[in-house]
Write a protein that binds this ligand. Structure first.
Ligand SMILES: O=C(O)[C@H]1O[C@H](OP(=O)(O)OP(=O)(O)OC[C@H]2O[C@@H](n3ccc(=O)[nH]c3=O)[C@H](O)[C@@H]2O)[C@H](O)[C@@H](O)[C@@H]1O
Length: 433
């Protein structure tokens, strides 16, 4: 049986040898030529990719400089002027989340008493950014400059500390909202973990180091059932990713206090509400829906028990924030080196009188003079906790914290603001959320 080779090659042995060698030579050349071509092509493609990437980074860098909303002599002047202290013994405070709900109120209160204030806000679209812009205008009208930028931008933070020797940082920038964490978990890690670390890095390196007061949350109590919630209670059972990032923040700030001597105060806010509030919160979205004649969803706990919150009015929270700043105590480090122990404190800032969600709806109905269309549904497993209730004795002892506004009074002020801000067209033209 002829082999395959015999079929392909002539039968004369000598010739076969020469022909075969020639053929193999040709094969080799062809092969070599095609390898070289492939190699050249590969080189060409690598060069093309590299030049594309460097072009992209050139475009990015270029556009960063073209579109950067910070930097320059005029910008620095605005920052410096805004940070000017106008009372003896006053502070210069960097307020992160400056165009946020609590940030706006705290900034105004600080400015009013003569402290210097610079806001920092990234104006993200978690909720209607036009509300944040309106708050910014309000702040500008009171001589407060709000820098547009992200707490994750280390260069911006370094620049701010370069321009102003901030005595305090009121850190309120965060991804808020308990239930949204299921939709966009990474935004919580980005702002509440990475952003917090970026901020603490800047604070620890600053010379002098500022004292840091920052917003933790009542949600850290998670599945804790002991009431009222005291600072020493368990906080190792968070019910939502949001709560977990706030709890992580308490641990992270502790390490910066321990290693670098940063003065740290964490404030556990309890469901803060009021004028200029957050449209994603229940009292706000209920008001909008009631005015628009749309239904509202009222969650109900296990065994048909109503959910309850220790709703806390914004003016009381502001007093708590200022009291915390006033008693913060100094950071001890400088240039990233600890010089001695610094204070590390955590306080509840609540109202101490929980109110059920249906009662909240009833109060809104009375203030709005309209009936709500209620859909009552069992609380979905979305990170919510059935109730919150603050023990505030620690804050009372430390800086005389004493909330004075009940929900009825506070919601009346909120509704007045809401109607004034959105008008009687039920907010349809202004609200996005
Ligand atoms: O105290 C806190 O630490 C937290 O307070 C609020 O979180 P939450 O108490 O859940 O506030 P809302 O979203 O306004 O909800 C209030 C109550 O209304 C209920 N609710 C909410 C939305 C809704 O459509 N229906 C409804 O019944 C919730 O279950 C909850 O019991 C804030 O949104 C958080 O950012 C903050 O950290």
């Amino acid at each position: 049986m002829p082999s395959l080779d015999d079929e392909h090659f002539p039968s004369t042995p000598g010739k076969v040898k020469g022909e075969r060698a020639h053929a193999m030579n040709r094969q080799f050349h062809r092969c070599f030529a095609s390898t070289t071509t492939m190699f050249l092509w590969a080189l060409f493609l690598i060069a093309l990719t590299a030049s594309y990437l460097s072009f992209q980074s050139f475009v990015d860098t270029g556009s960063r400089y073209l579109t950067a909303s910070w930097g320059g002599i005029q910008w620095e002047k605005q920052v410096r002027t805004s940070a000017e202290i106008r009372r003896s013994g006053g502070f210069s405070v960097l307020v992160t989340g400056g165009a946020g709900f609590v940030g706006t109120h705290v900034s105004l209160a600080l400015k009013k008493r003569g402290d210097g204030v610079v806001g920092l806000d990234n104006f993200n679209n978690y909720y209607d950014p036009s509300l944040k812009r309106a708050r910014k205008t309000l702040l500008n009208n009171h001589g407060i400059f709000v820098v547009e930028g992200d707490i994750n931008d280390a260069r911006l933070l370094a620049k701010l500390f370069d321009v102003v020797a901030f005595t305090h940082v009121m850190h309120l920038a965060a991804q808020a909202g308990v239930r949204y964490a299921m939709e966009n978990p990474h935004s919580y890690v980005h702002s509440n973990i990475a952003g917090l670390v970026a901020l603490l890095e800047a604070c620890k390196s600053a010379n002098p180091q500022p004292a840091v007061v920052w917003a933790s949350s009542s949600s850290v109590y998670g599945l804790n059932e002991k009431v009222p919630f005291s600072e020493a209670d368990r906080t190792d059972q968070p019910a939502s990713l949001y709560a977990a990032t706030k709890k992580a923040g308490e641990e992270i700030t502790h390490t910066y206090n321990h290693i670098y001597g940063l003065s740290i105060t964490g404030l556990r806010f309890f469901t803060v509400y009021g004028p200029w509030g957050r449209p994603d919160m229940a009292y706000f979205s209920f008001t909008r829906n009631i005015l628009q004649g749309k239904p509202i969803t009222v969650y109900r706990g296990k065994n048909r028990v109503d959910l309850a919150r220790d709703f806390t009015y914004i003016d009381d929270i502001v007093k708590g924030c200022l009291g915390s700043l006033d008693t913060a105590g100094k950071s001890t480090g400088s240039g990233g080196k600890k010089r001695g122990p610094a204070p590390y404190r955590i306080f509840n800032l609540g109202n101490t009188s929980p109110v059920t969600v249906p009662t909240l709806v009833g109060i809104l109905e009375r203030h709005l003079k309209m009936k709500a269309k209620k859909n009552i549904v069992d609380m979905p497993g979305n990170g919510d906790v059935p109730f919150t209730h603050a023990n505030i004795s620690l804050a009372r002892m430390e800086f005389g914290y004493k909330p004075t506004t009940d929900l009825q009074t506070g919601l009346k002020k909120f509704v007045r603001w809401y109607l004034n801000y959105y008008g009687y067209n039920h907010g349809q033209s202004k609200l996005v959320n």
